[in-house]
Design a protein around this ligand. Structure first.
Ligand SMILES: Nc1ncnc2c1ncn2[C@@H]1O[C@H](COP(=O)(O)OP(=O)(O)OP(=O)(O)O)[C@@H](O)[C@H]1O
Ligand code: SF4
Ligand SMILES: [Mg+2]
Length: 324
């Protein structure tokens, strides 16, 4: 059984001008022991999707579908139940994590508050574990006695990773954890995530990024989202080398290639802009930017079809029939 099984999930925001359909019928599974990636341009719903699994606060609300985690539907948990499984079963390193730690508390106090909330009663044991884990991420044990503001950006990122994984969650969600970091620190963070899996600190990871080159390095499989919808999902190697959806192909083509001089070769971007999620158009949400758009695309939403084992694509070019 998959660790997480998301089925036709819909997560919207209430706004004074209407509902923003940020996640609009997305399905995917995260298996035991895998790194599952979620990719797509800014605003396509990645953070909304992963945050909704843990905490839904107005104006965000659950508009339909399920998210079965170890057999329990996360959409039906009470606030108390959700708090109980956070950090111990399901943990998130949020986007902008560098600023997520309480600036008025020392790292050891942040960790102790969290451990106590989850039933731990031996402060010495918890601090011993904290110092061990700090060593694992190549931070001095002295960091335990420091305030977050005393740490550099990269150090704070690693401290946040330690806090998020201290209680050995089964599933770790990493939302854009590398985007504010330089390339060397990015590599360290990726290595650490692998290390957490090797050491059985976490069993599976959802890695969210707009950067396909990073997914190529870390993910076993990934899903591409566009305007609140899943457009393609499959093994990383297949998606990078044989992308089937026009949007995935354009994302892959826009990756910078080593050895190519950009004075001579212009980087290919994706023309046009993402659509508004307030009033998304009928049909395929990518039709306003797709070079292959056909009449049917403007009327009928393409349904995901399996093109190879475990590789699904939602596009009329591949026979994704759907309803008007
Ligand atoms: N609190 C909110 N109220 C209304 N709309 C929101 C709110 N938060 C996000 N949205 C909208 O939901 C959509 C998805 O946003 P989300 O942050 O999930 O995208 P993302 O893929 O994580 O983007 P990024 O790559 O920039 O982090 C966007 O259209 C965004 O404007
Ligand atoms: S369904 Fe049509 S518009 Fe959408 S990606 Fe496929 S060809 Fe392009
Ligand atoms: Mg985001």
């Amino acid at each position: 059984m998959a660790l997480l099984s998301v089925e036709n999930l819909k997560i919207y925001y209430n706004t004074p001008v209407g509902q923003v359909k940020a996640v609009d019928g997305v399905s995917f599974k995260v298996e035991e022991g895998e790194v599952f990636g979620i990719a797509g341009e800014s605003g396509c719903g990645k953070s909304t999707l992963v945050h909704s699994l843990i905490l839904r606060k107005p104006p965000m609300f659950h508009a339909g579908g399920k998210a079965l985690f170890k057999g329990k539907d996360l959409m039906k948990l009470s606030e108390e139940e959700a708090r109980r499984i956070r950090y111990t079963e399901l943990s998130i390193i949020p986007q902008y994590a560098m600023n997520a730690l309480n600036p008025t508390k020392k790292i050891k106090d942040i960790v102790w508050d969290l451990a106590r909330e989850h039933g731990y009663d031996d402060r010495n044991e918890v601090e011993k574990l904290l110092r061990e884990r700090l060593g694992m991420v190549k931070l001095s044990p002295k960091v335990a006695d420091m305030y977050p503001v005393e740490l550099s950006g990269g150090m704070r990122q690693r401290a946040t990773m330690v806090v998020s994984t201290l209680l050995n969650p089964d599933l770790l969600i990493a939302d854009e954890v590398t985007s504010a970091l330089d390339v060397t620190t990015q590599r360290v963070v990726i290595e650490l995530l692998h290390h957490f899996m090797e050491e059985d600190i976490v069993r599976s990871i959802i890695f969210v990024t707009h950067d396909l080159a990073l997914l190529d390095k870390i993910a076993d499989r990934f899903m591409v989202m566009y305007a609140g919808k899943m457009v393609e999902i499959g093994p990383t190697e297949e998606l990078i080398n044989e992308p089937a959806h026009p949007y995935t192909s354009m994302l892959v083509e826009s990756l910078p290639k080593i050895g190519v001089r950009y004075k001579e070769t212009k980087l290919k971007g994706i023309p046009g802009y993402p659509i508004s999620l307030l009033n998304p158009p009928k049909g395929c949400r990518f039709y306003t930017r797709c070079p292959y758009v056909m009449d049917v695309c403007r009327r009928v939403e393409p349904k995901p079809v399996t093109i190879k084992d475990g590789h699904l694509v939602a596009c009329h070019l591949l026979g994704g029939e759907g309803s008007e």
